[in-house]
Every structure is written in C-alpha cells, then in structure tokens.
Design a protein around this ligand. Structure first.
Ligand SMILES: Cc1ncc(C[n+]2csc(CCOP(=O)(O)OP(=O)(O)O)c2C)c(N)n1
Ligand SMILES: [Mg+2]
Length: 357
C-alpha cells in the first residue's frame, strides 16, 4: 500500500511591488499612511546610520562593521509588528530592529566602536545584544520563549538568523524544541542571498529556507523581504498565533553592501546581480508608494534627510566623547574574579588609556 505520509507547501507573499503598487484587497487594514510614513522614517534613519558607520570605519573611527543596507524592510517591518513586551534576539546585522525599538543611536555606535557599554540594551528596547557566532542565538531565543510560556507572560520572542545560519545545528535544535513545546517564537530568516562569499545556491538544495520549518512541525512562510508591508503582515500574524506555537518566516532580501568591512564582495559577485537587486530597493519602494499617494514630496524628503543627518551626527558625537570605564571589559565574566584577571584590570586602570592627551 502506498499513501501520502505528508504533503505540504510554502506560500510566498508580496503586498507592495517594486513600483510601489499594492493590492488593496490584501493590504493590512491597520496600516494607514501615518504608520507607513513612520516605517519610512525608521528605514531611512537606519540607512543613514548604517552609511555613517561604514564611513567611520573607513576613517579608523569604528571597528569591523557589518552593513544592513538593503535589509531595511525586513528589519523595520518586523520591529513595527512587534508589541511592547515582545523580545528580539538578533545576530550581528539587525541594526534597523535596534533603532526602531528605541536603542539610543549613540549606544549603537558604542557597540561598533568596541565598547562593552554598547552591549547594555535598555530594558524598554526589549532585545538581547548583538551576537557574532552564527546561529547560537536561536537556542537562546528558544530558551527565552520557553521562559515566557513557563512564566505565563503574554510575550513573543523574535529570533533572527541568516540564510547561512539555517545550515547550523543550532538552528534545527532551536526550532525543533520550539515545535515540540509549542513555544511563542517567531524565527525571521534574513535570506540576503549570501553567507560571506557562499551564495544561497551553495547553502542548501532546498527550494526555500522556509520549508526547513516543516521538519520541526512548524508553519513556514516566505515573503518578499524587500516589501515592508508583507514582512509586517507575516510577523503580525505569527505574533498573533504565537500562543499556539512558533512560526518560521523567510524574508527574501539582498545584502547590498559587503559582508563586513573585512570583506570585498567584488571578488565573488557580479555588478549585474547587485544592479538587479538595486531595482528592488526596499526604501525607494516605500517612497514611490507614498509619493504616488500624494502624501510625500521633495520638501518632506529633504526635511527627513536633514533630521536623520542631525540625529546621526549627534549620536556619533556623543559616542566619540564617551569615556569608558576600563573595568567594564573585565567585570561580568566570573562571579569571583581570578587573581590574574584582577592584576590585568588594575594595570588597565593604572594605564588610563582613555586619558586626554
Ligand atoms: C559558528 C560560526 N562559524 C563561522 C563564523 C564566521 N561567520 C561570520 S558571519 C558568517 C556568515 C553568516 O551568513 P548568514 O547566516 O547568511 O548571515 P549574514 O552575514 O548574511 O547576515 C560566517 C561564516 C561565525 N561567526 N560563527
Ligand atoms: Mg546571509
């Protein structure tokens, strides 16, 4: 006897196309112009803060940095769908999520300047600090989701992972546990087509990354990750369903810049590929939509650009004036500090590296 043991499919959703056209029948009812303009503000601020970080790194004023350019719709769409008490667990590239959730912009620069103080995320932001080991954040997100359920809190946890990260054991272990225990977890796969120099096609033979959810007994959906509305809708639905269990959302986007400032993407990808994705730019798309609707014009655009620049410059200024406590890199590691570390800490305090010359 032959019968079907399982049958399934993965849906793809786009709500605002590359020319800024929408389908009013499926457009989320709660998204009025005001909210879309707010999304646009966060997206442009993220892009401005990102460009500044890259420029600072090139001047030796910031450490190695991983740009988010091109991924603003995925990040802002997710952040805007999250409720106040929901918690996000990032990897190293979710600058837009931090910014839209209210991380003071100078703290963003502190992190990328290499200061421990940049890892202190204010409680109201509701997020964990950046983490660099690929996919280790997914078991963390799963554990935090387990805690929300155990403590009977009405909060969902949103964990981010890259396309490359979905090949790691940590990814499967996290979503598998979430499936068994029906945890309030939303996994956002930021499929930006590259894991450093490894293209999506070399990452897995699976047709979508969303279908990896199926093995964990979870729903998996794929959305246009350069469409802020589609991302917003998918994450809103997943959060609304989070009490019943987890969802995996693959956001199909593109890393328009380098992996990090230690990388040169011209060595492994074509200009044509980048140009093709430039046409799908997530920020330009929202601007086109708002302009066509008559609620946005050049004057407003100029004002917004000025406001963003002012905010970014003030944050950089504050971060550059920051005097760290030399003890901060030694504390919070051991409950009892070993003597050898104590000696190093005392020497650092004595040397007073941060003293004005
Ligand atoms: C466990 C682990 N292996 C390797 C690395 C080196 N590394 C840093 S980022 C990266 C690629 C990640 O690709 P992806 O998950 O697609 O995220 P993206 O950088 O594209 O946002 C690798 C291999 C690491 N940080 N941690
Ligand atoms: Mg990637």
């Amino acid at each position: 006897m032959l019968s079907k043991a399982w049958d399934g499919s993965v849906n793809y959703c786009q709500m605002m196309d590359e020319q800024g056209n929408i389908d009013p029948l499926i457009f989320p009812k709660d998204l009025d112009d005001k909210k879309i303009i707010e999304m646009y503000r966060w997206m442009t601020l993220t892009r401005a803060a990102d460009a500044k970080a890259l420029s600072l790194q090139r001047q030796g004023r910031l450490q190695t940095y991983g740009p988010s350019m091109g991924q603003e719709a995925t990040q802002i769409g997710t952040a805007m769908a999250m409720r106040k008490d929901d918690i996000f667990v990032p990897n190293f590239r979710q600058h837009g999520v931090f910014i839209a959730r209210g991380l003071p912009l100078d703290v963003f620069y502190l992190y990328w300047k290499g200061y421990e103080e940049g890892c202190i995320i204010p409680k109201e932001v509701g997020g964990m600090p950046y983490i660099v080991p690929v996919a280790t954040q997914i078991p963390h997100a799963m554990g935090i989701a387990f805690a929300q359920k155990y403590l009977k809190k009405d909060a969902a946890v949103v964990g981010f992972v890259g396309d490359g990260g979905t090949s790691e054991g940590d990814f499967y272990e996290g979503i598998n546990f979430a499936g068994v225990w029906k945890l309030p977890l939303v996994i956002i796969i930021e499929n930006n087509q590259w894991a450093i120099s490894v293209p999506r096609a070399r990452q897995t033979a699976a047709k979508t990354l969303a279908q990896k959810a199926v093995a964990a007994g979870l729903p998996g959906v794929q959305v246009d990750g350069n469409d802020v509305v589609a991302v917003y809708k998918a994450v809103t639905d997943a959060i609304n369903n989070a009490k019943g269990g987890a969802t995996v959302i693959e956001c199909v986007t593109y890393r328009m810049s380098m992996h990090t400032t230690a990388d040169d993407p011209t060595k492994y990808r074509s200009d044509a590929d980048v140009a093709m994705w430039q046409k799908k730019d997530p920020v330009a798309r929202v601007k086109t939509y708002l302009t066509k609707k008559g609620v946005w014009d050049d004057k407003k655009e100029q004002q917004l650009a000025n406001d963003n620049k002012e905010e970014v410059d003030a944050a950089v200024d504050k971060a550059e004036k920051f005097k760290p406590d030399p003890k901060s890199m030694f504390t919070n590691i051991y409950s009892f500090m070993p003597d050898v570390l104590k000696a190093e800490m005392d020497a650092a305090v004595e040397a007073d590296f941060w003293q004005e010359e």
